[in-house]
Design a protein around this ligand. Structure first.
Ligand SMILES: [Zn+2]
Length: 254
């Protein structure tokens, strides 16, 4: 049985941290729920952590993985059984850091593509403290490493809105070059795509991650490293500056 992915319902859903659910399977420390706000490792974005509070008290969720059925790995002797009702709580600081980092990744990838001859994003890893993106083909100079944050931070300061919608492949391809959106990496069987858009097509790409609703929440990016990965691929590592404002809706239950 598949898990309903509550975090994917809208950009706004990323701001919820509490939810109620029912246990649908238990295998050792791994527990699946009928619905969850916990983001599982995927698309380069790390998993959410938090707690599940059931009939025998709260237990820590230390890892979340899976597609279709999402498995929450729990600490200790959780004693949860199929049919138990639980209240889930996602760690907000980590979740919001991922949202900020991930949205920043979209902007950086778009800016690099547009600025440097269509250099593609060929990999990314989104963590709460620092993130990295691999580009190909590219040969990053000091000047380019200054230009990237300057352009990205200007867009952040313009505080564009981030929205999501469902689009077909043809609709996405009509707006953005397939190279830029990495459309070829999506299985051909997937027709309707969850698409995340920044401003008026400043960036648009299919993505199932969590994102902020407006760019000012990101804070400025700072590039802290560059590394060659061979065959024309180079990696940049970035951090985010300026603490974000805590939104007000996070304690509501979805
Ligand atoms: Zn994304």
């Amino acid at each position: 049985m598949a898990t309903e992915q509550l975090y994917l319902q809208s950009i706004e859903a990323g701001y919820y941290t509490n939810f109620n659910a029912t246990v649908i399977s238990v295998e050792g420390e791994k527990v699946a729920l009928d619905r969850t706000l916990f983001y599982p490792l995927g698309g380069g974005q790390n998993w959410d952590t938090g707690t599940l509070d059931g009939p025998n008290g709260a237990v820590t969720v230390h890892e979340v993985r899976g597609r279709g059925t999402i498995l929450h790995s729990l600490d200790g002797d959780h004693q949860l059984e199929v049919g138990d009702e639980v209240k889930g709580s996602v760690d907000w600081e980590r979740r919001h850091a991922h949202m900020r980092m991930h949205t920043a990744q979209h902007i950086v990838s778009g800016v690099v593509y547009e600025s440097f001859n269509g250099a593609r994003t060929v990999g990314n890893q989104i963590h709460h403290d620092r993130s990295r993106i691999d580009f190909n083909p590219i040969s990053l100079t000091d000047e380019m490493l200054l230009q990237i944050p300057e352009t990205v931070n200007k867009l952040i300061d313009e505080n564009h809105k981030v929205t999501d919608s469902t689009m077909t492949r043809d609709e996405v391809n009509a707006v953005m070059p397939p190279d830029r959106t990495n459309m070829n990496l999506l299985p051909a069987s997937v027709r309707d795509l969850r698409v995340v858009k920044i401003g008026d097509n400043i960036d648009l790409c299919p993505c199932a991650g969590t994102h902020v609703r407006e760019l000012s929440e990101i804070g400025h990016i700072q590039i802290i490293g560059k590394k060659s990965k061979g065959k024309g691929t180079q990696r940049i590592t970035y951090e985010l500056q300026i603490p974000q404002v805590t939104p007000t809706s996070i304690s509501e239950t979805i």
